[in-house]
Write a protein that binds this ligand. Sequence first.
Ligand code: KE4
Length: 432
Amino acid sequence: MSITRDNSKTHFEQASKSIPGGVNSPARAFGGVGGEPLIIERGKGQYLYDIDGNRLIDFVASWGPHILGHREPSVMTAIEEALKRGTSFGAPTTLETELAEVVVDAVPSIEKVRMVNSGTEATMSAIRLARGHTGRDVVIKFAGCYHGHVDSLLVQAGSGALTHGVPSSPGVPAGCTADTVALEFNDVEQLTATFNDRGSEISAVILEPVVGNMGCVPPEPGFLEAARDLCSQHGALLIFDEVMTGFRLAYGGAQERFGVTPDMTTLGKIIGGGMPVGAYGGRADIMDSISPVGPVYQAGTLSGNPIAMACGLATLKLLRETNPYPDLEAKATRLCEGLGKAANAAGLVHQISQVGSMFTLFFNSERVTSMAVSNNNDTDRFAKYFWGMINQGVYLPCSQFEANFVSVAHTDEDIDATIAAAETVLAEIASA
Ligand code: KE4
């Protein structure tokens, strides 16, 4: 069974004439799976509809934001109401304060928060703030963690940088990464040794508390606690990059789920509900080092944009009121169990990694705990799985180094259909 993709192919060819690679983000370019991206016409609930009229069950959720599904009615109404008052004023609005107060109330580490326009802006600003606040230059990150395309953090990055095999990008001068140390995720010994060696130089450790960008990789027991303790001992700041896990793994994010409180947190995706919003926040004494209160500069024309604030606010309010997390986790667990049974029935070596409503089916003989292991994923087999599932009407992230997301809109029937699709596709792969 193959879906029709003629219109997508034609339009993608046209797009490629005026947009590099035909995409505005390489993560969408299908580089890791081959072929051309589907051109999406609209989304509704758990479904995407492409310009060939195909309806697909969506587990990408725009790379995370759509925890409520596409076009959730109360979110759409909030956007329409905000639009009646204008799109942007370059001046404070009450909506920014309201969203800031919701974030402060929800996220344990955040006493004050600054809105920006993307996750990249959030991490870039958080790193600058950490360096400015501590007066130190060295930043520790972990291979496979992706924190956006920040020059100093685009070192052994995950996500699209990994899929395209260009973890450390050209165009980043050596000086920008001279103070960036990339270690192995989940390696407490290596982190401890680095602190023992250079502790007084380290401004911050930044990490994805549950990594989504080398596939879904949870922290090993004790890893987050060790990072917390080492930062406290050496006067460095612990930054949780919760752009993906924030409001995804719990209303208070991974830090609520794992009970480890960082000094700063970066957010994105869900807090914008699908509109361009990023944020960074943390202890008030740290955040008051940022302009205009303190000397560390950061600014943005459309930061706190009222339409984006309205979308994010409606999204977070609905999450707070309905607490969908237990149900989301149950649906994801049932799906992962079904995928595992399908892979076992087909006799295919695999790992399934799930935290809450995010998960990855890895084609790997080892449990994936770091980039060194994730690098051994069978990406050719993943590509066959990806296209097989598309032809069964299931839309997965187009890379083995990404996480899938279950939303409130996914029904039991969708979970059953996805499992059935996987049974067919994985059996076909095994018999090829
Ligand atoms: P953005 O600048 O793309 O809004 O956020 C960057 C970012 C920061 N931190 C984490 C943990 C992230 O996952 C991301 C962005 N995630 C990727 C996909 N895993 C976005 C997809 C894309 O780049 O198009």
